[in-house]
Write a protein that binds this ligand. Structure first.
Ligand SMILES: Cc1ncc(COP(=O)(O)O)c(C=O)c1O
Length: 397
């Protein structure tokens, strides 16, 4: 039995009636740009993640661009992030003219390692002539951008301590982590995207909450910043045809907002199903006796009692001889993928940053060793068994 990496059709069957109802109403109105569905989605996302402000935009990438532009981050500035993430994280920093500065990941969670961030802030960066923190290249450090990869969450308490020590804002790349809960040391749980000063989500179709095309959302705590992001979303235009800033067309389509509103009420059940699938994989790997030969995704906050301690946007294992295993699975009709085969510091377009192999060993290792298996909510236990058995055969070959 072939098992795809992702099949969105059963999810559509579940929401189809509501999607069609909402789209019919929209088609009647013939108002496609921003408007009531976008405002309703923004409020629904504020309520869902517990943040003060949300601004609907055309993609996760554009959310980050709008945030960086609203924070006036550009030439002569730098943003610290990790090299093991989707390209947009660092690509947007570069696009606004700033320097992406990388720190390595934690080998268990694949997220920013606070110890490496500390080294970067204390040793790699230094105090400039005006007392402000600057990078080795002389750019002023303006923000820290941790990435909540694969639906897990970063060690936000420790990252927050370092951000406070250096008086730097945190921009959370929560593109893959809408709904992930963090058990902060204050005893209060907080949601990805709403912990730092600003954050953003991607609604790319394959995300846990996916649109029928590109869409995204920027979120933040401060009303003034939200107003600036809103301005940037629409060509920096306050009153019509009066441009206070040079922004872009980062507007969210009303159609995508309507579709996302139909899906949002199901999101927690879908997260739950993904966690159930992860637990089933674990059982199957133990049954097949291969659990010690692979490294399962870590769940550092499983004991917190928070349901969404992980939302399993991707189910990513470390496997020996990854490329050979991947070929065997593909030949057996099992969908699998490598996220991400080339860490960002080794991407051709960032050659000018002067990095070389060995600079971020954990990111490089993860790029060589990890493999994502199907995890979408509607997978059946039989399909999960099929994937696990194919993996066992691939490991034996
Ligand atoms: C970690 C991360 N950052 C940023 C993005 C960019 O989001 P989008 O594809 O919606 O532009 C993605 C989307 O894949 C992502 O996974």
């Amino acid at each position: 039995m072939a098992v795809p990496l992702l099949d969105l059709r059963p999810q559509y069957a579940r929401v189809e009636a509501d999607v069609r109802r909402r789209l019919d109403a929209l088609f009647e109105s013939q108002q496609f740009i921003l408007g009531p569905p976008v405002a309703e989605l923004e409020q629904a996302i504020c309520d869902y993640v517990g943040c003060g402000h949300a601004v609907g935009v055309s993609s996760g990438t554009d959310a980050l661009l709008a945030i960086l532009m609203a924070m006036d981050i550009g030439r002569g500035d730098a943003v610290i992030t990790t090299p093991y993430t989707f390209f947009a994280t660092a690509g947007c920093v570069h696009r606004v003219g700033a320097e992406p500065v990388f720190v390595d990941i934690d080998p268990e969670t694949y997220n920013m390692n606070p110890a490496r961030l500390e080294e970067c802030l204390h040793k790699v960066c230094h105090s400039g002539p005006d007392g402000r923190l600057v990078t080795a290249a002389g750019n002023r450090v303006r923000a820290i951008m941790p990435v909540h990869l694969f639906g897990g969450i970063c060690d936000m308490d420790r990252l927050g301590d370092l951000a406070a020590e250096f008086d730097l804002p945190i921009i959370e790349d929560a593109a893959q982590a809408i709904g992930t809960d963090y058990p902060s040391r204050s005893g209060r749980s907080q949601r990805a995207g709403a912990i730092g000063d600003a954050g953003y989500f991607s609604f790319f179709p394959s995300k846990n909450l996916g649109a029928f095309g590109d869409a995204g959302m920027a979120v933040c705590r401060d009303g003034e910043l939200a107003a600036k992001i809103r301005l940037m979303r629409n060509h920096g235009m306050g009153t019509q045809y009066h441009h206070e800033k040079v922004g872009g067309n980062f507007r969210l389509d009303a159609m995508q907002a309507a579709i996302l509103l139909a899906k949002l009420p199901h999101l927690d059940a879908w997260h739950e199903a993904r966690r159930r699938n992860a637990a089933l994989y674990r059982e199957e790997f133990v049954r097949l006796g291969i659990d010690a030969r692979i490294t399962l995704p870590s769940e550092p906050h499983a004991a917190s009692g928070l349901k969404n301690h992980h939302i399993y946007h991707q189910y990513v294992l470390r496997v020996p001889q990854r490329d050979r295993v991947r070929e065997s699975l593909t030949a057996a009709g099992i969908g699998c993928a490598v996220y991400y085969p080339v860490p960002l510091h080794l991407q051709e377009c960032f050659a000018s940053l002067g990095h070389r192999e060995g600079n971020f060993p954990e990111a490089e290792k993860a790029s060589r060793e990890t493999l994502a298996l199907p995890i979408y909510p509607e997978l059946t236990p039989e399909q999960i068994r099929e994937v696990a058995e194919a993996l066992a055969r691939a490991l034996e070959a």
